[in-house]
Design a protein around this ligand. Structure first.
Ligand code: ZN
Length: 182
């Protein structure tokens, strides 16, 4: 989605940090506090979402927030501490679309090393075609494959997930697809 800002201040004492190699033989530059020497490790974040389907249509949300405001996305967002990946995906679907649905299997797992993220999408079977989108969404709408606004999708991982979804649907078999986004 978007690249994280570099750490500027120590989370323990508030002093400035500097990016340098730690003294313990670590081979990567880390954000190290110039006062208390705490090493702040940064690791990829998980983005979790769903492919909500209703008959032959897929639910997309028009983003009301940056980045990519005004573009269409599958419901997704950053996983929170204390929840599982599927719980996070369900929560985002409720928050962004106000949808009623039943969670199904894991569908795509995409590493996006350029931005330090892993995106996971689950299939979700909608149990209603009435939506109540939250403030992050301008509009929640169902699209057939032919109507998907391919040039107005917010993120590459959304496009890839939708492409795999329609291929699998034609084959009448949904697998789990793990791949990397260069
Ligand atoms: Zn410190």
């Amino acid at each position: 989605m978007y690249k994280r800002e570099a750490i500027r201040h120590c989370r323990d004492c508030g002093a400035a940090v500097a990016y340098r190699l730690p003294d313990d033989g670590d081979t990567k530059q880390r954000a190290i506090c110039t006062a208390c020497n705490t090493v702040h490790y940064e690791n990829p974040l998980n983005v979790v979402g769903t492919v909500p389907h209703w008959g032959d249509r897929i639910l997309l949300c028009k983003r009301n927030i940056e980045p990519r405001k005004g573009k269409w996305t599958l419901p997704a967002g950053f996983m929170e501490l204390g929840e599982s990946a599927s719980e996070g995906a369900a929560r985002e679907t409720t928050e962004e679309a106000g949808a009623q649905f039943i969670m199904e299997g894991l569908f795509t797992v995409m590493s996006v090393p350029r931005v330090g993220q892993v995106h996971l999408y689950y299939r979700a079977r909608l149990t209603s075609d009435v939506f109540d989108p939250g403030h992050e969404t301008m509009e929640a709408r169902l699209f057939t494959e032919a109507d998907i606004p391919w040039d107005e999708l917010a993120f590459r991982t959304v496009k890839e997930t939708l492409e795999h979804y329609f291929v699998d649907r034609r084959a009448d078999h949904f697998g789990t697809h793990a791949f990397d986004i260069a």
